[in-house]
Design a protein around this ligand. Structure first.
Ligand SMILES: *Cc1c(COP(=O)(O)O)cnc(C)c1O
Length: 396
């Protein structure tokens, strides 16, 4: 029998990190000692109080059945309490919060609630690939808003053609941003709300990196800005904040009608999040801030090591204010030496892998507007970051 993939699946670019993983495995099979600064997956273990809670909860039979619905009320209350304490934002636990099987799950499914064939979804470029994947699965039409350095990597809504704006139903934004590590200004969030209200567009703010910030500068929540609840929701994740990528737990908060739409889709597709995992999530949300302060200081030291190291090579690098990524402009010297290359960011990534055993991510993998950059993560010990810089120095 001939097994043929759907047109939708064929339309998607190969998932970026899978491609890179293949390259990485090949090099590893050849015996190269790889320094992996590719995928954003914390190398440190899940915080201990969270594991302890899971260990307790996993033995309770009441946690073993289908976890139907949009989350345990206790979990939702913990989310609301966290928002209150962290941002002074009031949320009604029952209707204005919901659990997700990781934020990626919610981000990938929300289109199915609101997008009809041909509706436009506004996606950042460069951006997290799932905004576009969800659009394709829902037969929507992505419109990519370039994030330019001169605009602080925030989209310029005035540049979107009028006919596109008219057909737009959903807008994705993401701050602190992956891959550029930019943070949003209050003014940008205010402009977003005005734009959404005027054009009846649902805003989905992806705040996966809200707790990974530096120099004590806490990024804003979209929910802190007046009018946000009227126009949209905010996605949150335990993955990056508490080193819980493998646990699959996230949540969304905000506009109750938008959340109800997402919940209606999910009711038909999944059966919720394992209750023991939700209980562990409650423990995570209730941790004193010093636990995550420690993680931030680890990343901050790594950031300084990598940024200073790359600058010592003459590379132009801005230290990120948040997120665990360094967004690096492809050095002029490399561009000049590779003028015939079809994709300069892919060329540099290949160079770093084959000449230095370093895995990084080409900016173009996040969208055409990322082509002049590569992304390195801070998910490796300082000693490895130093070693990475020294390996580059030898061949640069
Ligand atoms: C990592 C990441 C997520 C996904 O997090 P999960 O909760 O693990 O699904 C969402 N958005 C962005 C921008 C990310 O980088």
């Amino acid at each position: 029998m001939k097994i043929e993939l759907s047109n939708k699946l064929k339309k998607l670019p190969p998932y970026l990190f899978i491609e890179i993983d293949k390259m990485k495995k090949k090099a590893r099979d050849e015996g190269v000692d790889i320094i992996n600064l590719g995928i954003g997956d914390p190398d440190l273990p899940t915080l201990k109080p969270v594991i302890d809670e899971m260990a307790k909860e996993i033995y309770k039979p009441e946690n073993h059945q289908y976890p139907l619905g949009s989350g345990l009320l206790d979990f939702k209350k913990a989310v609301a309490a966290w928002y209150k304490e962290r941002y002074s934002v009031e949320l009604e636990a029952a209707t204005e919060t919901m659990a997700l099987i990781g934020s990626k799950e919610g981000i990938g499914h929300i289109h199915l609630a609101f997008i009809n064939p041909g509706d436009v979804v506004l996606c950042p470029d460069p951006g997290y690939p799932v905004y576009n994947a969800g659009t394709v699965f829902a037969e929507g039409e992505p419109y990519f808003m370039p994030l330019l350095e001169e605009n602080g990597f925030m989209p310029d809504y005035a540049k979107i053609p009028v006919d596109i704006v008219k057909r737009a139903k959903l807008l994705f934004i993401n701050y602190p941003n992956n891959p550029t590590a930019a943070v949003a200004t209050r003014k940008f969030f205010e402009d977003t709300i005005a734009f959404a209200l005027k054009n009846n567009i649902i805003v989905c703010h992806d705040a996966a990196y809200s707790e990974v910030y530096y120099d004590g500068q806490r990024p804003l929540s979209f929910m802190q800005v007046e009018g946000s609840k009227e126009v949209g929701i905010e996605f949150h994740s335990f993955s990056k904040t508490f080193n819980m990528t493998g646990w699959r737990l996230g949540y969304a908060v905000g506009n109750k009608d938008v959340l109800a739409g997402l919940a209606a889709v999910k009711e038909n597709l999944d059966s919720g999040v394992f209750h023991a995992v939700q209980r562990a999530g409650i423990a995570a949300l209730q941790l004193p801030i010093k636990w995550t302060d420690e993680l931030r200081s680890v990343y901050q030291k790594r950031r300084d090591t990598l940024v200073e190291g790359l600058r010592s090579l003459g590379w132009q690098v801005n230290p990120p204010k948040a997120a665990f990524y360094v967004w690096i402009k492809v050095p002029e010297k490399f561009k000049e030496a590779n003028q015939t290359s079809k994709s300069i960011s892919s060329e540099l990534v290949k160079f770093l892998l084959t000449k230095c055993g370093i895995v990084s991510t080409p900016g173009v993998g996040f969208g055409a507007a990322g082509e002049d950059y590569i992304r390195m993560t801070l998910c490796a010990p300082e000693s490895r970051l130093k070693e990475a810089v020294e390996r580059i120095r030898k061949v640069w």
